[in-house]
Design a protein around this ligand. Sequence first.
Ligand SMILES: Cc1cc2nc3c(=O)[nH]c(=O)nc-3n(C[C@H](O)[C@H](O)[C@H](O)COP(=O)(O)OP(=O)(O)OC[C@H]3O[C@@H](n4cnc5c(N)ncnc54)[C@H](O)[C@@H]3O)c2cc1C
Length: 466
Amino acid sequence: MSYDLVVIGTGPGGYVCAIRAAQLGLKTAVVEKRKTHGGTCLNVGCIPSKALLHASHMFEDARDHFAKLGIGINPPKLDLKQMQSFKQEGVDGNTKGVEFLLKKNKIDVFQGTARIAAAGQVEVTGEDGSNQLVQTKNIVIATGSDVARLPGIEIDEKTIVSSTGALELQSVPKRLVVIGAGVIGLELGSVWRRLGSEVTVVEYLDRILPGMDGDVAKNFQRILSKQGFQFKLGAKVTKAEKGAKGVTLTFEPAAGGNPEKIEADVVLVAIGRVPYTQGLGLDELGVQKDNRGRILTDAHFSTNVTGIYAIGDVIAGPMLAHKAEDEGVAVAEILAGKAGHVNYDVIPSVVYTFPEVASVGKTEEELKAAGIAYNVGKFPFTANGRAKVNHTTDGFVKVLADATTDKVLGVHIIGAEAGNLIHEAVIAMEFGGSSEDIARSCHAHPTLAEAVKEAALAVEKRAIHM
Ligand SMILES: Cc1cc2nc3c(=O)[nH]c(=O)nc-3n(C[C@H](O)[C@H](O)[C@H](O)COP(=O)(O)OP(=O)(O)OC[C@H]3O[C@@H](n4cnc5c(N)ncnc54)[C@H](O)[C@@H]3O)c2cc1C
């Protein structure tokens, strides 16, 4: 068997890369060791977490907010087994969708674990131990990432869980402690808080959502605290002891000091993810990695070994499904002789809590550090008609624009639908737009998107409803 391209891994990076390559006429195959396609994202990441976020949000709405809307119901009863089936149905629908797309695009699928025997040769080992050698002009590594672990704290996926175990809990833990105040920890913490857990988040840094705009993080922490989240910031977890009644977690101030203990029924370790390259044979081939284990690539996604490329979570950049997808498209286009490219300055990121948090471009901290003069336009959802009528007034839109040219450099939103609203800013920024461009675009009334227009107007201090 001989191909133009073999893609290793069918997560959002790999399967999208394979489809684009096939569209462009390359004879393409994929290798996947999981039984289903879609990688982390579809199986144990984006999709199942969003299913549980949606269902738990509905549950909380029915329990706490319906009465205010004039909808009288008996207090809703949680059927967690059914909620988990709802989640699984969503996962199955999506993974089968990828299977269909691979078939439709005439992409050959090899089920098994891939090892790169040499440039141009991929060895596939099936579950039954069978071996196949596949010849190919080019190889794209899209093997993704794995859960990062804390030394000395063993994840058993029952009482000490990773995100994977936290998506599978069969009962609501009374006390959930989340280690790590990043996106995954706050999303899954939200799911279980809505369903009844007391949630405490322990974070090493003195802030939540590291990397996001500081003003946004501070405001968002206030909103989450109002919802019942407890935070222990600047705290370093040193020990987790399992007992008959759960887990005793020991932590101490990150700057040094006396240790404290906290009891939990379940502990979620959500301190990040690490690139996954196990068993690929990269060391033998001399493929270079950086000091964080990420495969080093050039601007064309090529490793230092001719014919071997890498994309997605396994290389540098934000560990996000859409970043992996865009890289998949770009490398397929490059291999087909086109000009594939990813604009890393305009990659949105979203926290799918309620309210949502969404951001694109530079934060205020980044602009200050780079010495770039900027103007800020901020508009609160309390002054947006639609948010007011819906009682979803938590949050704001913040537009950061270059002080000289007015070019939009960053947009940060906390609010209902923030994850959809951010795309207006993404398009404006992709086209090199200014805050005035957004401000002069007609926005339908009454929509939450009017807050984006008002924030753009606020850059020149001419917001109407504030
Ligand atoms: C709980 C959670 C929630 C998330 N939510 C979001 C979200 O809302 N939005 C977002 O953008 N991102 C989210 N992410 C991150 C997102 O899932 C990843 O960024 C994305 O899946 C990376 O895609 P990828 O193609 O690089 O790798 P992956 O999706 O990790 O896929 C890699 C694939 O390669 C396969 N593989 C590995 N080694 C081999 C081998 N040797 N041979 C054959 N196959 C192999 C694996 O089985 C896997 O299927 C979330 C992650 C988690 C854990």
